[in-house]
Ligand binder design. Structure first.
Ligand code: FDA
Length: 306
């Protein structure tokens, strides 16, 4: 209930003005976002890699309605990949980028978004890195999976994200279990209606386990993106027949950092999703919606500034 209310309120322009007016230096934003500049992203990547973690970097921004802005996003990814490679932080799967197709023009023109994503994939290949396409709300799922199919023809290592809260996802998992298929399974972070998505946490979790079973039994590379201790344990049990390194765990920057270290120290591959940039509003609101305690912390930080 609270999650839905926060996600709905986040679309209100007055709420956005209040929240986005808080400086990036605010403690809550800093907890979830590595910084505004590409240098912040590179510094965070280096620090995480030094502790044995891998990284997926997200240049913040979504739902671009302007081709110029989509082009700047592409340029930001090209700069990032160049800097990461220059700093010796790519190669061996150590760092990759996560891209939202709406940030590169999907809502304007699917062809433009595909061309832009292709440009980023080419730069990722040149930098010895890879791309994963983030998944956004359900109205974009078909378009994103079609773009994935097109990109995989030239860049077979392009990763997908599937969300267990959608009814369709178990079937999508079955379609994406082939050799070399990289699939990040998460619960899903958007506000979705009952006809397309499970509404109770228990149903979303049960769907997550069914999807995990499909992915772990397949020939692809499952990426288990959850902080949920029960699901992490179930993933470990389902992966027992697989060699370590044939799947990975993924968690968000700033969330359950000790658990990230514990898994890495146990020999597991662990990747941290690291957002950076100044368009942090939508990302932050989804993180607040996931955990009421974050909201309380955030409101206190806002109140203490006024
Ligand atoms: P759940 O929300 O049940 O949390 C389990 C426990 O984890 C909580 O009890 C708490 O301890 C901790 N926790 C979870 N979220 C927290 C937070 N924000 N702050 C503090 N503690 C928290 N979604 C999407 O729709 N499209 C996408 O492309 C992606 N990509 C993505 C990448 C990666 C690497 C991750 C980890 C997640 C995503 N997500 C996503 C987000 C995902 O769908 C989901 O909203 C969050 O991961 C929260 O769900 P959990 O599985 O962690 O469980």
């Amino acid at each position: 209930m609270l999650r839905s209310a926060i996600l709905a309120a986040s679309r209100n322009p007055r709420v956005k003005a209040l929240v986005a007016g808080a400086p990036l230096s605010g403690a809550v934003v800093r907890r979830f976002v590595s910084g505004e500049a590409v240098e912040d992203a590179v510094r965070t990547t280096r620090a995480l890699q030094q502790t044995g973690l891998r990284v997926s970097l997200d240049h913040l921004g979504e739902d671009t309605r302007d081709a110029g802005q989509a082009e700047s996003t592409v340029k930001a990814y090209l700069l990032l990949l160049d800097r990461l490679a220059g700093a010796g932080l790519t190669g061996g799967g150590r760092s990759e980028v996560s891209v939202k197709l709406t940030a590169v023009g999907q809502s304007l023109d699917a062809g433009l978004a595909l061309d832009n994503a292709r440009t980023i994939c080419e730069a990722a290949r040149a930098a010895d890195s890879t791309v994963t396409l983030d998944m956004e709300d359900h109205t974009t799922t078909d378009a994103t999976l079609s773009a994935l199919t097109a990109l995989r023809r030239d860049f077979p290592d392009t990763g997908a994200v599937l969300q267990s809260y959608l009814h369709r996802t178990e079937a999508d998992c079955r379609d994406l279990v082939g050799a070399g298929s990289r699939v990040r399974l998460c619960k899903g972070a958007y506000r979705e209606p009952a006809p397309v998505a499970y509404q109770s946490a228990a149903d979303v979790d049960r769907s997550y386990v069914r999807c995990l079973r499909v992915l772990m039994a397949g020939e692809g590379y499952p990426m288990v993106a959850t902080h949920d201790p029960r699901l992490v344990a179930i993933a470990g049990a389902l992966a027992r027949h697989r060699p370590q390194g044939s799947y990975e765990y993924q968690m968000l920057f700033g969330v359950r950092t000790r658990e990230q270290q514990r898994l890495a120290e146990a020999g597991e591959t662990v990747r941290v999703y690291v957002p950076y940039g100044d368009e942090w509003y939508g990302y932050l609101m989804r993180r607040l919606a996931e955990r009421p305690a974050n909201l309380v912390f955030f409101l206190r930080a806002l109140a203490s500034r006024s």
